[in-house]
Ligand binder design. Structure first.
Ligand SMILES: NC(=O)C1=CN([C@@H]2O[C@H](COP(=O)(O)OP(=O)(O)OC[C@H]3O[C@@H](n4cnc5c(N)ncnc54)[C@H](OP(=O)(O)O)[C@@H]3O)[C@@H](O)[C@H]2O)C=CC1
Ligand SMILES: [Mg+2]
Length: 346
C-alpha cells in the first residue's frame, strides 16, 4: 500500500506476442546488435543504405500498396528506389537523408524517407502505391504493421522540427542514421523524444468508464488519458487524471501494456486498468477536458467492440457508440476488460 493507493500487481495482463520473442534468441540479439552499430557508425549506415529497404512518406503520409484490398507499407529495395528516382529525373543522393527505422526478418536495414518535394503522382505511378494520411492508413493496415509506419513518420517529423539548438539557436546536424542531432556550437546532443501519457480503463466491477473530447469523431468514446506532469510517476498521473477529468478516486491499478502513439506529436502511452469503490461511482466531468464521460455496461461494450471502422452517420439519428480501433492501446484495455467480464459472468 502507498497511502490509500493499493498497487495490485505490476504484471502484463496479456501474453507478449512480439515476433522477436518467439524466434531464436541469437537471431534477435544479432539484429539488435547490428542496429546498435548502424545507429552510431556513420560508415556502416552508409553501407546499409546501399542494400536496405525504404518506406517513403509524402508530407508525412506513408506509401501503402494494396493486394486484393489488403494494404501494406510499400517498402522499396535500394535498387528499385534508385531506378525510380532516375525515371522521375531526381538525384539518388536524397537517399542519404533517410532515417534508420529498424531491421527486417532477413537482417536487412529499413529506412524512412520524406519525399514531399518530389512529384507525388509520378512517385505513386512508379511505385504502384498510394500515399495515405496516417489517420486513414491506420484503418487500412493490419495491426502488426502499424507501429513501423508510425515510427517512420515520428522520426521524420522529429528531424523536421529539431533543426535548431534550443540553447544557441544554431543549426543542429544529424548523424547518418538519424538517431540523434548535435549542435556543434553548444555540444548538446538531441535524441528523438516521446511525451509520457498515462491511459486508464476505470471499472466499478461491472461497468467501465469511458469519456469523449469534443474533438473526437461522433460517437467515439475512449479510456481516460493524460500527459504525465514533470516529476510524476505513471500511477500518480493516472490517479490525478481520473480525479481531474471524472472526479473519481482510483483504488487499485494494474499494468496492461504500452505503445508509441504518433498523435498529436509522439507520445509514450502507458496503459493500466483501475478500479474505484463500487459505492462511490458518481462521475463529475471536467467540461474543459471532456465533453462527456459515463459508465458503460458489458453489453454496450461488447457491441461497440464489433465496430471496426468509424460508423456512418445517419441524418436525424444519434451517432452509434464505438471505441478506438485495434491499433490503439485503448482498444486493448477495453477488450481485456470485456474478456475479464466474460470470465466472471460464466
Ligand atoms: N492510443 C490510444 O489508445 C489513445 C491515445 N490518446 C492520446 O493520449 C494523449 C493524451 O490524452 P489527452 O486526454 O488529450 O491529454 P490530457 O488530458 O493531458 O489533456 C491534453 C492537454 O494537456 C496539455 N498538455 C500537457 N502536457 C502536454 C504535452 N506534453 N503535449 C501536449 N499537450 C500537453 C495540453 O493543454 P494546452 O493545449 O492547454 O496546453 C493538452 O491540450 C493524446 O495525444 C491522445 O491522442 C488518448 C486516448 C487513446
Ligand atoms: Mg485527458
Amino acid at each position: 500500500m502507498r497511502g490509500r493507493f493499493q498497487w495490485v500487481s505490476w504484471k502484463v495482463l496479456h501474453s507478449i506476442k512480439s515476433p522477436e520473442l518467439s524466434r531464436s534468441c541469437s537471431g534477435y540479439v544479432s539484429r539488435v546488435r547490428y542496429l546498435m552499430r548502424l545507429k552510431e557508425d556513420d560508415e556502416a549506415c552508409r553501407e546499409a543504405l546501399k542494400s536496405g529497404s525504404f518506406l517513403l512518406y509524402y508530407n508525412l503520409a506513408p506509401l501503402l500498396k494494396s493486394n486484393s484490398n489488403v494494404y501494406k507499407p510499400a517498402f522499396l529495395k535500394a535498387s528499385d528506389l534508385e531506378n525510380m528516382l532516375k525515371k522521375i529525373g531526381r538525384d539518388k543522393h536524397i537517399v542519404s537523408e533517410s532515417v534508420l527505422l529498424g531491421c527486417d526478418e532477413s537482417g536487412e536495414a529499413q529506412f524512412s524517407l520524406e519525399v514531399g518535394d518530389l512529384d507525388r503522382s509520378a512517385l505513386e505511378r512508379q511505385c504502384g502505391g498510394v500515399f495515405v494520411d496516417l489517420t486513414k492508413a491506420f484503418f487500412m493496415l493490419s495491426g502488426p504493421e502499424a507501429p513501423i509506419v508510425t515510427k517512420g513518420q515520428a522520426l521524420i517529423r522529429w528531424h523536421q522540427t529539431n533543426g535548431f539548438c534550443s540553447a544557441t539557436g544554431q543549426p543542429t546536424v544529424r548523424n547518418q542514421s538519424g538517431s540523434h542531432r548535435i549542435c556543434h556550437s553548444s555540444g548538446i546532443t538531441y535524441y528523438p523524444k516521446m511525451s509520457p501519457v498515462a491511459i486508464v480503463l476505470v471499472s466499478d466491477g461491472s461497468r467501465c468508464l469511458l469519456g469523449r473530447q469534443a474533438t473526437f469523431p461522433p460517437g467515439l468514446y475512449s479510456a481516460l488519458a493524460g500527459f504525465c506532469d514533470m516529476g510524476e510517476s505513471v500511477d500518480e498521473a493516472l490517479r490525478r487524471e481520473v480525479a481531474e477529468e471524472a472526479g473519481l478516486e482510483v483504488e487499485t491499478l494494474q499494468y496492461s501494456g504500452s505503445q508509441h502513439w504518433p498523435f498529436p506529436q509522439s507520445s509514450f502511452m502507458v496503459a493500466c486498468h483501475a478500479t474505484v469503490n463500487p459505492n462511490n461511482t458518481q462521475v463529475s466531468i471536467d467540461k474543459a477536458e471532456l465533453e462527456d464521460a459515463h459508465w458503460f455496461t458489458f453489453k454496450e461494450i461488447t457491441e461497440a467492440l464489433q465496430i471496426k471502422k468509424p460508423p456512418r452517420i445517419s441524418k436525424g439519428e444519434p451517432p452509434a457508440f464505438w471505441v478506438p480501433p485495434s491499433f490503439a492501446i485503448a482498444n486493448q484495455l477495453i477488450q481485456e476488460w470485456a474478456n475479464q467480464q466474460q470470465l466472471t459472468r460464466k
